[in-house]
Design a protein. Sequence first.
Length: 348
Amino acid sequence: MLYQHEHDKALKSLIDLSRSFWKSKILLVANELDVFSKLSHSPKTAKDLSRIIKTDPRATELLINALAAMGFLKKEKDYFSNTEVSKKYLCQGSPSYIGFALRHYNYCWDAWSELEQAVKRGHPKRFLEQEALHKDEKRARDFTLKMDFTGWKMAEEIEQMVDLSNVKSMLDLGGGSGCYSIYFAKKYPQLHCTIFELPFVAKVAEENVIRHNLEERVSVVTGDFTIDPIKDVYDLVLVSFVPHGFGEKEVHLMFNKVHSILKKDGRLVVQDYLLSSQDSSCEELAVFNMHMFLVTSGGRVYTLSEIKNFFYKANFSILQVLRLSERSDFLMGREPYLFIGGVNHEKK
Ligand SMILES: C[S@@+](CC[C@H](N)C(=O)[O-])C[C@H]1O[C@@H](n2cnc3c(N)ncnc32)[C@H](O)[C@@H]1O
């Protein structure tokens, strides 16, 4: 039996959670208005700031007062400046800037506002993630930079888990910013990587490849794997965090396509999250699955038996299932897994 003070505590956290979107939106809007970068050179009053970001002075004061109360700004007399955390993560130009991820979450806000209707209807009105990636260059870039932020650390871990010493050609299907291909190509001079991506994301990958002087060994090919053919054959195909963005039909299609472009002894390396057969045992994944329902047409995290089924149906054997460390995707609090498959040659 719960005591009254335990009930009070539970009620307080229930109410806090219910209105936590107030604070979330304050932070997201401040990021959208680039408040933090605008305060990076000198402290400013609300009036000064409102003139720079072209907002109403009184409403701006409310916004930045709340940010100061939440610990994202400091206030001295009437002057506001950044805290250490805002300086590091929320000011453009900082090497740890994460504002693009916040812009992506703010963009997804509309989908979440539609949750009730989507639950009644059984699907969302729009597929915001797909719209961003296919039709909106700025949104596609924000999403890609968000993936890039944690991708390098995961690339480092994968490189330690998968032997790439004999791999000469790798396809990075839906390779995002290119961080995996670039990281591996730097480690292995014999390796040539091809990033296959949608046009807006491919642009980000191309810029990254040029920045790392790897144009000779990392190519970027634009295409949509659901409709376009993938050329050439490869020793290894990496599919990182792509399956959960799609429904089963597209994932089957993707695995079949990958099978047809792998060499005889080729390997398929899939990185993604893994749902336990108890859908509700991990809060992060259960909530993430709600998000995928709202922003994609059919995307969700799959269970081990579903993933095995993707491999087997496309005529792959599963050679290994490995778990990346908790630190690798610490931002999301969801541990990624690696599924390594080999090409079967017997007829299906
Ligand atoms: C979650 S991101 C993962 C990016 C990268 N592999 C990583 O792990 O950081 C999924 C990627 O798949 C790409 N993608 C989605 N649909 C695609 C399609 N139809 N054809 C090619 N790439 C696609 C997206 O543009 C996006 O970069």
